[in-house]
Design a protein around this ligand. Sequence first.
Ligand code: 13P
Length: 255
Amino acid sequence: MQRKPIIAGNWKMNKNAAEGAALVEEIVAAVGQDHAVEVVVCPPFTALESVSSKLESSGVKLGAQNLYPEASGAYTGEISAEMLRHLFASYVILGHSERRAYFAEDDAFINRKVRHAIANQLRPILCVGETLEERDGGKTLEVVRRQLEGGLEGVENGDAPLLVIAYEPVWAIGTGKTATPEMAQEVHAFIRQILAKRFNKTAAGKIRILYGGSMKPSNAAELLAQADIDGGLIGGASLEAKSFFELIQAAKQRS
Ligand code: 13P
């Protein structure tokens, strides 16, 4: 398999600095020096520093859940890419459906963030996915295409390998409902096709496409067995070391 699988934990608004450090200590101990799967943890901003301090000398990587696409200035409440880099973050989740829904983020704004992340040596995990209404209306592929093309506008071919895409059907997030492996694979293959048109086939073949939405140890293996599912972006099941580690083990079968 040419693409190294990724298991990324999106902690969302959970875990304070001390709780985050304790959780990641357990994850680091479980993972040890096994680098077959790329493991990423994305704590809230307030736990980035304490979590980061536990990651030194481990292969586990740090990601943030958002950034503001300006270098510095009068943007009350916002966090810059440079601040994240300073805490040794290497990834940043962008365009998550919760930010699209609750904070009215549109594709143009998300695109600014994607380009800003790349310009500042952070690897974007760009999230796309349809709502239940859109799926029921037969609009899934149209929505995913729009979000993907909009989010990636102006990204240079040479930067394609930095990208990670997460397909997260909104109706599967935090609901216990998972897309069937076939449903997910259909969209993942479609995403790779769009990436091949947007960049080229070789670049598209290298970009990791993660599935997100109620992924847990009981359903991970069959999702991860699909040709274009290169890992997972995990919410609920990333908040405990045991289930998160089981997902890492499931992804290892792919590596
Ligand atoms: P759940 O795994 O809790 O459904 O969340 C998925 C998600 O939104 C990850 O970004």
